[in-house]
Write a protein that binds this ligand. Structure first.
Ligand SMILES: [Zn+2]
Length: 585
């Protein structure tokens, strides 16, 4: 490796000699924590976006924009009928729900300030820069702002150099923040030589590099003939131990290794990334599948299958681009004759393309016991979710459940009754209870004490009619009902389902263990019923619970891979509805 290459013509080296640039600057590790981060974070993200645009040419045929538009229209249509039938765990359901209820569940707040000033097109002198600075007074560091604008407007690097020269002439020094944005500009324009010179200078001046500079250097160097230096920077980050590399740092290095045909190195880096506890980016995985199409050997096959198992074990769903690459990789093997189809799954759990039944969502008895013990313990030991109840009420409830369980269905009474404000609360609840009682199910209705007050919404005669068909427990008006619901359902056993439209997110957030979180979500999806259609005195219909698990799965000669559609917004508690079905011909 050429460690100190010739930089005689280098602009920055000249500045260093002439003005002793950088010398009074603090060492990187002495810089304040937030140093440069705010400026850097926003602007670097936009550079990343540019990247993803150029990735995977030809993939635009993969989806139809028109189809997505139709779907959007469908989603925003307000249905007069109460309430729309939907699966609350299906991708996009939260969005749909927020449109129906007229409230955004997760508002998207744009923090990017839209300020645009065209920077000069040609290099300026110190005097000219000072004059310009006067016009834009008020920006904390004018030069940083200007360099960011140069990135946006893709200005010639000579303009930036003239700015740096002016600063050096004026101050005898160049502030680190300014230098960082200059590096940012070089990286965004892939000015390989400048990037390498910056690397040289930084290595000479500073013992260690902070995160922004490291990330920029890795990105810039990995795209150049000096790509091995990107690995050096990566290893330095690891060695320092004050910060960890990001999965994007690894992505850049892996990409460089693959582009330079250092395949074993690429896989070594990939396993190192996983060992660091990082989640690989989708395009890292895609890179391996795309490269795999032209490398037909057992080692590659095993590694790519390893990736698919990794997705399964971590409940990660590939994006549309990645699943497209996975499909192409399977189909590229001339010996195996795989065929891939995009499909959806019937409610029964059968694949519409091949008719195979997918893995069951039911927890095994062992899994159920693990979940039950952990959750019940949390509840009883007074975890956060129960802080709104009193120990007395909790004890009373425990005794009550012991005496009356097991139940077949636990109903969140208030939640069901409030499904629509257009109908009378107690009438909705009465009809739901009636409907289920006809099926000889043992019902528990959780309510609040105010429901007994005999108001127009809570008619006494309706409450009395219900009490003959179901067991009731009324909590204090201030108590949260989620934990009561979960406790009673789990205590009743594996068969017991529960009815609420609530997502129980608060409760899930309290479970820190990822295995328990996974089991809880699985249990929720397979046990939660939602009142989906209600017409007074006519129809009471529930959305059937899911029967199949939405997870990457294989039987050896078939693979079923759920994936996220490009324009579908899916929240963490929803699962994709689209699948890639792969079968051997
Ligand atoms: Zn199938």
């Amino acid at each position: 490796m050429q460690f100190f290459h010739q930089t005689s013509s280098c602009f920055l080296q000249t500045l260093v000699k002439k003005y002793r640039v950088f010398s009074p600057m603090p060492r990187f590790q002495e810089l304040p924590i937030n140093f440069g981060r705010a400026i850097f974070a926003t602007s670097y993200r936009s550079a990343e976006r540019e990247d993803s645009k150029v990735h995977e040419p030809g993939s635009s045929t993969w989806y139809s924009r028109k189809r997505d538009e139709n779907k959007r229209k469908e989603r925003t249509r307000k249905d007069g009928f109460l309430p729309q039938a939907y699966n609350m765990f299906a991708a996009g359901a939260a969005k749909k729900r927020s449109v129906i209820s007229g409230e955004e569940e997760q508002p998207v707040i744009s923090t990017k300030k839209e300020v645009h000033f065209p920077p000069p097109e040609n290099p300026l002198s110190l005097e000219e820069w000072e004059e310009l600075k006067g016009k834009y007074d008020g920006y904390q560091i004018f030069e940083v702002f200007m360099l960011l604008q140069m990135i946006d407007y893709n200005r010639s690097i000579d303009v930036a150099k003239s700015l740096l020269a002016a600063v050096a002439k004026r101050d005898g020094d160049i502030h680190y923040k300014i230098l960082l944005q200059y590096l940012h500009l070089c990286v965004s324009q892939q000015q390989t030589k400048e990037i390498y010179d910056m690397f040289d200078i930084m290595r000479m001046k500073f013992k260690t590099l902070e995160k922004s500079a490291s990330t920029l250097l890795i990105k810039g160097l990995s795209n150049s003939p000096h790509w091995r230096d990107a690995l050096t920077v990566l290893q330095q980050i690891k060695k320092q131990k004050v910060m960890t590399p990001t999965s994007r740092n690894y992505r850049d290095c892996i990409k460089a290794a693959i582009m330079n045909q250092e395949i074993n190195l690429a896989w070594k880096l990939f396993h190192e990334l996983l060992a660091e506890g990082l989640t690989p980016t989708m395009d890292t995985l895609q890179l391996f599948f795309d490269t795999g199409k032209s490398v037909q050997n057992d080692h590659w096959t095993n590694e790519l299958i390893y990736i698919l198992r990794y997705l399964r074990d971590n409940q990660i769903y590939p994006g549309e681009d990645l699943v497209h690459s996975i499909k192409q990789w399977f189909e590229s093997d001339p010996g195996e004759k795989w065929q891939g189809n995009i499909t959806t799954i019937k409610k029964s759990g059968q694949c519409l393309s091949c008719n195979q039944t997918l893995e069951s969502l039911q927890l095994t008895p062992e899994e159920y016991n693990i979940l039950k013990e952990k959750i019940m313990k949390d509840v009883i030991e007074g975890a956060d979710t129960f802080r709104k109840t009193t120990p007395e009420e909790l004890e009373q409830f425990r005794k009550f459940v012991d005496r009356h369980s097991p139940f077949d269905i636990v109903i969140d009474g208030l939640n069901v009754a409030k499904t629509s404000v257009r109908f009378n609360s107690s009438e909705i609840l009465l009809e739901v209870v009636d409907c289920l009682a006809q099926q000889n199910l043992r019902l528990l209705v959780l309510g609040r004490k105010h429901m007994l007050s005999g108001t127009s919404q809570w008619k006494k005669k309706n409450m009395a009619a219900m009490s003959r068909k179901a067991t009731f427990f009324f909590t204090e008006n201030e108590s949260e009902d989620d934990p009561f619901l979960i406790y009673a359902a789990l205590h009743s056993g594996r068969h017991c389902k529960f009815i609420t439209r609530d997502l129980l997110r608060d409760h899930k957030a309290c479970v820190s263990d990822s295995l328990i979180q996974h089991l809880f979500f699985k249990w929720q999806r397979s046990h939660q019923m939602v009142l989906s259609v209600y017409v007074p005195k006519e129809i009471v219909r529930f959305e059937p619970v899911m029967t199949y698990d939405t997870i990457v799965q294989t039987t050896g000669d078939s693979w079923h891979i759920p994936y996220d559609e490009r324009l579908e917004e899916r929240t963490s508690y929803e699962v994709p509805t689209k699948w890639l079905c792969l079968r051997k011909k």
